[in-house]
Design a protein around this ligand. Structure first.
Ligand code: ADP
Ligand code: MG
Length: 244
């Protein structure tokens, strides 16, 4: 774990240090007549150790907001801070380190390497982080254990079910102990029973202290989180918290 995430973990009781904070963030794609305002003056705090859902219809700006939170993009106007640092002021090395070590991404389409085994897929972020081979294997096995998939670690993605593939992707997202786990429609390609299993896994990960931000357009999936931020036309329409 890095210094910044340790700082967050150490100061992350229920009152909530903001792990991530967007302030009047606007994102415009394109320019002139074809400009699209994907995010329109969004201000939102995402404290450490919380489980938050971002909900809204297709095209409402969910993925744009998630890309901002995951430091894959920066706002056209306004600011975005991760662990109190302005992301737009970070240099390429710092950004690469943050994407590799502070943020874990899970996507609807799993995004696994087809020719690599489950174990190798989970090891990949550790390769980028420069972890030596023996430590990599151990950490990757530990991550696969957290998603209850050690028995399938030598299998390639096409030898796994959709739910198992998503578990591999979740293990890969967790393997560096990120500050935030970001999931964009993680159950979108799964049947409802398998989707429910993946949601149970996220609930377990949250109970063990992970900060989770889940993007979905489905209310029953959002209901697993303890807070739902509803977006519409690039704006925060509602922000509802439930008792954890
Ligand atoms: P959601 O994830 O809620 O479906 P997105 O954040 O993907 O919504 O998109 C929000 C709006 O921004 C949509 O109108 C979409 O067409 C537009 N948009 C998203 N990405 C791009 C892009 N790279 N270039 C141009 N427009 C984009
Ligand atoms: Mg989307």
């Amino acid at each position: 774990m890095s210094d910044t995430s340790l700082a967050v973990a150490a100061s992350a009781p229920s009152i909530g240090t903001a792990a991530a904070r967007a302030v009047h963030a606007t994102k415009v794609y394109g320019s002139g007549d074809t400009a699209v305002v994907a995010l329109d003056d969004v201000t939102v705090d995402l404290p450490a150790s919380r489980y938050t859902a971002i909900m809204g219809p297709s095209g409402s700006g969910k993925s744009t907001l998630m890309n901002l939170i995951g430091c894959l993009d920066t706002p056209s106007k306004g600011s975005y801070l991760l662990n109190d640092k302005q992301v737009s002021e970070m240099n390429d090395n710092e950004l690469a380190r943050i994407r590799n070590q502070e943020i874990g991404f899970v996507f609807q389409t799993f995004n696994l390497l087809p020719r690599a085994s489950a174990l190798q897929n989970v090891e990949l972020p550790l390769v980028y982080a420069g972890i030596p081979s023996r430590d990599r294997q151990k950490q990757a096995k530990d991550a696969l254990e957290r998603v209850e998939l050690t028995s399938r670690m030598a299998h390639k993605p096409n030898e796994l079910s959709g739910g198992q593939r998503q578990r591999v992707a979740i293990a890969r997202a967790l393997v560096n102990n990120p500050s935030i786990l970001l999931a964009d429609e993680p159950t979108g390609n799964l049947d409802s029973k398998t989707g429910a299993e993946i949601m149970a896994l996220f609930a377990k990960l949250h109970e063990s202290g992970n900060t989770i931000v889940l993007v979905t357009h489905e209310a029953d999936i959002a209901a697993f989180a303890h807070r739902t931020i509803s977006v519409r036309d690039g704006q925060v329409e509602k922000d509802v918290r439930r008792a954890a």
